[in-house]
Write a new protein. Structure first.
Length: 355
């Protein structure tokens, strides 16, 4: 028993003497739970619904809709269609047609489902208000004509999550691959032998990026093939545009892994970065709609590469947008990659001075 207590005491002294482990044990879980609560709360959004048609009729219908949704318009049909295509609204109700035509953006079930419920409930309330009580159920049972873009009424949760899952899986496994592999290069003495050669830090980092990058690109193509080809996730824009974004994400994760591995002395310490660096990424990758969240949550999302990667993949795979339209998100990913490469070069200064 004395040996058991001695072992327990040694372990506790080691933990207390390791600030990074204490951070992982006590601070990281609280931070992740706090972020999760804020992000999930932000995901409860009011759908944005645009109206098309004569002003008085639109205002009458809007009166039954405003308690369930944010109502915009009335606009003309072309303006409303442009807003819907650009993601500024979640549905358009054209009251100038008989029956009224409802067009819903089905890309995100978190907004399309409440939008459809609100629209149908408003039509039922409008019909009930115009007819005697005995006739209201007959008219309330009739529905406007429904049309969907970026999916259908049966779009599944997996279809919606597939682009984000693709980005996250690629990012996570590439980060682990690069971080632990580079750490082993250090602990095995390979890095020291490389420093003995006339090679600069930037050339060394570039070499690791190319070597690991080839493996990461192959891994990325395999994951995308399974998600799209085997499990039939939607990919409207085609395989290669989505692959370009996925590979860009993997290269950012590769550069981040190389940079952070400079601060780890063991695989366990490398894994300690996961709750702090990786888990928050999935919260801001697009699974949750942050539109109704506080400004600081929306601002914080732009500090994570997966925000840009997830949005670009969803625009390509679900919305079928052009490759040119996602170039701003790609540029942000490349900027993250360049920054982490530069930081990795600087981090190598811990092991080789003057290069």
């Amino acid at each position: 028993m004395k040996a058991a207590f001695a072992t327990a005491g040694r372990i506790l002294r080691q933990l207390v003497g390791d600030p990074r482990t204490l951070l992982l044990i006590f601070v990281a879980p609280v931070f992740v739970v706090f972020l999760l609560n804020e992000v999930v709360a932000a995901g409860d959004v009011r759908p944005r619904i645009a109206l098309v048609g004569e002003a008085s009729r639109a205002e009458e219908y809007a009166g039954f809709l405003r308690d369930k949704a944010e109502v915009l318009g009335p606009w003309d049909a072309d303006a409303a269609a442009a807003k819907l295509s650009g993601g500024a609204v979640d549905a358009v109700v054209d009251l100038g047609k008989t029956p009224p035509l409802v067009t819903v953006d089905a890309a995100d079930p978190a907004t399309s489902a409440p939008a459809m419920r609100a629209i149908q409930a408003a039509f039922a309330s409008l019909a009930s208000s115009r007819l005697p009580p005995f006739a209201a159920p007959l008219v309330a049972a009739s529905k406007p004509e429904m049309r969907f873009i970026n999916g259908s009424e049966t779009t599944s949760t997996f279809d919606f999550l597939a682009p984000v899952l693709l980005g996250f899986i690629v990012f996570f496994f590439t980060f682990i691959l690069s971080g632990i592999a580079f750490l082993r290069e250090r602990t095995s003495g390979t890095l020291e032998r490389a420093f003995a050669a006339p090679i600069g830090r930037s050339d060394l980092v570039l070499g690791y990026m190319i070597g690991f990058g080839i493996i990461a690109a192959a891994q990325t193509a395999l994951v995308q093939f399974f998600i799209v080809g085997v499990y039939h996730a939607p990919n409207v824009a085609g395989f290669m545009p989505a692959l370009a974004v996925s590979v860009s994400l993997s290269l950012v994760a590769l550069a981040m892994g190389l940079f952070l591995s400079a601060f780890a002395n063991s695989e366990f310490q490398m894994l300690q970065f996961i709750p702090i660096v990786i888990i928050p990424q999935i919260l801001f990758a697009g699974i949750f709609n942050l539109r109704s969240g506080p400004g600081w949550i929306q601002g914080l999302s732009f500090a994570f590469p997966l925000t840009y990667g997830g949005r670009a993949l969803r625009d390509l795979m679900i919305r079928g947008r052009s490759f040119a339209s996602i170039l701003p998100d790609l540029a942000a990913l490349w900027a993250f990659g360049a920054a982490f490469i530069a930081l990795a070069v600087i981090g190598l200064g811990k092991f080789r001075k003057g290069r």
